[in-house]
Design a protein around this ligand. Structure first.
Ligand code: NAP
Ligand code: MG
Length: 398
């Protein structure tokens, strides 16, 4: 058959362990036979990151800025055990953190929904996408244990030496305090990424904080979102027929549970940390969770939300059979190819991305799935297959 043509490359970032094995199979079986694939390849596998003093990660992030679209395999974030295992020169930072810092992006996570896997929340029919603000709040706080009696204050000293003070508490005994911050600039780019992604995917955007209690801190988030919405997005939302909806965080939680899904839920850093795990679990499996980093300038990086599946990799190394779910990694590829097609006006490429996703979902809905899903599926005659058989079954349908 004639392969689908590509005009502009996408940035391909290879990774580690079991997902690196899946990466190769996905390309060989599901992409290269059908698409005249053009990528700029960066090897973010830990060995090569170590060899290049992590320069390869920085180069990959800059390439995403250049080409606008990237697809990334899961990678190891080194810890003490990995230092030994890979004989590392340094405990290199998380590649995702490095890329996010360079692109200044927001991460959107959404589950892949298939019929045999029923969400724990009965009425959820459509994916719920969580957008987590990835800067500040308690993740960059300063904390103190107070030993006994004394006064604790917030003091801001401006450049010209003027001081602004607020009493936090007059302690008459031991206790704890914390100071945290955020930046208008970071909240603004978070807001723009969320509004852009809502327009992109034609889904309503929900945002929630606790502004009634936190009248300056949380209220600033609410105000910045509202201001940017009114000035830059109101008309565009109206044209596309979607809504921006603000409410209190506790009200949002209640409404989300009662909803049928299909919205983007923008969360402050801590809320996003907690709610993304809740939503992922409630939809069934981390292996079915997709993730895309969207920068305020409109650069996109697609990946699976899960890690390198180390336990399966060690089985694979011992020559044992694995049944690792490649859905989220396949959807990272289809997401990136579709976006590439959109940016280049390449309809054929967009259609291919749709077909790849359809064939993958169809495979599971016909009862062929990896073990993680087989144990959750509410259907008869489920056939649990190994990593390779699953990808080959998708290819047959594709
Ligand atoms: P993980 O790779 O997400 O795997 C945790 C467990 O979840 C697995 O052992 C497996 O459970 C299950 N699982 C995850 N993905 C699966 C899939 N596709 N198919 C089937 N089962 C799946 O997390 P981890 O083991 O904590 O981390 C391993 C490495 O990944 C670490 O070095 C970490 O730094 C890295 N990591 C990278 C990213 C990223 O690049 N975005 C994200 C998270 C973690 P069973 O063992 O019960 O089968
Ligand atoms: Mg969490």
């Amino acid at each position: 058959m004639a392969k689908v043509k590509m005009t502009t490359p996408l940035v391909e970032m290879d990774g580690d362990e079991m997902t690196r094995i899946l990466w190769g199979m996905i390309k060989d079986e599901l992409i290269i036979p059908f698409v005249d694939l053009k990528t700029e390849y960066y090897d973010l596998g830990l060995e090569y990151r170590n060899a290049t003093n992590d320069q390869v990660t920085i180069d990959a992030a800059n390439a995403i800025k250049k080409y606008g679209v990237g697809v990334k395999c899961a990678t190891i974030t080194p810890n003490a055990a990995r230092m030994k295992e890979y004989d590392l020169k340094e405990m290199w930072k998380s590649p995702n953190g490095t890329i996010r810092a360079i692109l200044d992006g927001t991460v959107f996570r959404a589950p892949i929904i298939v019929d045999p896997i029923k969400p724990y929340v009965r009425n959820w029919k459509k994916p719920i996408t969580i957008a987590r603000h990835a800067y500040g709040d308690i993740y960059r706080d300063v904390e103190m244990k107070v030993e006994g009696k004394g006064k604790c204050e917030l003091v801001f000293t401006s450049e010209d030496g003027k001081e602004k003070r607020e009493l936090i508490h007059n302690f008459d005994g031991a206790g704890v305090v914390l100071g945290m911050h955020n930046l208008d600039k970071s909240i603004e780019s978070f807001a723009r990424s969320c509004f852009n992604f809502a327009l992109d995917t034609k889904q309503d955007l929900w945002f929630a904080t606790k502004d009634t209690i936190s009248k300056k801190y949380d209220h600033t988030f609410k105000d910045i979102f509202q201001e940017i919405f009114d000035k830059e997005y109101k008309n565009k939302f109206y044209e596309v027929g979607i809504e921006y909806f603000y409410t209190l965080i506790d009200d949002a939680v209640a409404r989300v549970v009662k909803s049928e899904g299909g919205m983007i839920w923008a969360c402050k850093n801590y809320d996003g940390d907690v709610m993304s795990d809740m939503v992922a679990t409630a939809f069934g499996s981390l292996a079915m969770m997709t993730s895309v980093l969207v920068s305020p300038e409109g650069n996109y990086e697609y990946e699976a939300a899960h890690g390198t599946v180390q336990r399966h990799y060690y089985k694979h190394l011992k020559g044992e059979e694995t049944s690792t779910n490649s859905m989220a990694t396949i959807f990272a590829w289809s997401g990136a190819l579709r976006k590439r097609g959109e940016l280049d006006g390449n309809k054929e490429l967009m259609d291919f991305a749709d077909k790849l996703e359809k064939a993958s979902i169809q495979t599971i809905e016909e009862g062929i799935m990896t073990k993680d899903l087989a144990s959750l599926a509410s259907m008869e005659n489920v056939k649990a297959v190994n990593s390779e058989e699953f990808i080959k079954s998708i290819r047959e349908r594709l």
